[in-house]
Design a protein around this ligand. Structure first.
Ligand SMILES: C[S@@+](CC[C@H](N)C(=O)[O-])C[C@H]1O[C@@H](n2cnc3c(N)ncnc32)[C@H](O)[C@@H]1O
Length: 265
């Protein structure tokens, strides 16, 4: 996809993103801020979205470039940045680029992909293109943190396709809209490890008008050793594998996350 073709998977949903309760309450921000501080910056956040992690990182004194393909998510991030002090704003550069094909002038000590942007890539070709781009943008000895979910075996054998799951509390937007979000898997391509996911937003406006918005996208699931092999093919050596943002080692929690810290070889 070129930048002129509008990438719109996040189109109508960008403004809702920061209010979704499980996103708002995700316990990963301090992990990424600490990693950025340890690296010392500059940091590249690939798939930075609305700045959920990027803005706290800049507040911590780190120079950070946020890369995202979605003009709408970047617009939310820019708007949020306007409320930050000038010195925080001055540490941030936002670029609208595809994580599979980008060329920036700067080289980074750390690249991060918080909250699974990598799983939007559905082919090995795209995954390697992305990791290759990241590798070329790191200084010698620079690191990448690849953050993906650990596929849960029990969930993969379930065939609850089309069933809307409602586990999240309602949230309220600043303009008074009340939103209930549900999610479902419409189908699974087992051969290619892809879940076709829908996030469904039931919106009730202040005047009582109701809307049902559907964000549909494919998500690839990756297994532990597959991700390790991909990182190795792209020129990285895995140093750490965590199952949680509290740095629990892989295996300590199930399913937990797959959080790889890998060093450029
Ligand atoms: C789940 S959000 C994560 C945002 C942010 N990192 C966070 O932790 O909140 C995934 C992001 O990846 C972006 N994305 C998806 N495909 C992309 C691509 N090919 N290149 C760049 N960004 C992409 C989306 O626009 C979205 O902002």
């Amino acid at each position: 996809m070129t930048k002129s073709e509008r990438y719109d998977e996040y189109l109508a949903f960008a403004e809702l993103y920061d209010y979704v309760v499980p996103y708002r309450e995700r316990q990963d921000v301090s992990f990424f801020v600490e990693a950025a501080k340890a690296a010392g910056g500059p940091v590249l956040e690939v798939g930075c979205g609305s700045g959920r992690v990027l803005i706290p990182t800049a507040r911590a004194g780190i120079e950070i470039t946020g890369l995202d393909l979605s003009a709408d998510m970047l617009a939310v991030c820019r708007e949020r940045l306007k409320a930050e002090p000038q010195e925080v704003q001055s540490r941030v550069l936002l670029v609208q680029e595809d994580m599979r094909a980008f060329e920036l002038p700067e080289r980074f000590r750390l690249a991060t992909l918080p909250f699974r942007p990598f799983q939007h890539l559905t082919t090995v070709e795209d995954q390697l293109a992305c990791l290759g781009c990241i590798q070329r943008h790191l200084v010698e000895g620079g690191r990448v943190i690849l953050d993906i979910f650990n596929p849960m075996m029990e969930a993969l054998v379930k065939k609850n396709f089309g069933e809307e799951m409602a586990e999240e509390p309602e949230f309220t937007m600043p303009d008074g809209r009340k939103v209930i979000r549900r999610h479902k898997i419409t189908s699974r391509d087992v051969a290619n490890q892809i879940n076709y996911v829908e996030l469904i937003y039931y919106v009730t406006h202040a005047d009582g008008k109701q809307e049902r918005l559907v964000q549909a996208f494919p998500m690839r699931y990756l297994f532990r050793f597959e991700a390790e092999h991909l990182l190795a093919r792209a020129g990285f050596e895995v140093e750490q594998l965590y199952s949680d943002y509290d740095k629990s080692p892989y295996g300590a929690k199930y399913p937990g996350e797959l959080i790889f810290m890998a060093r450029k070889r």
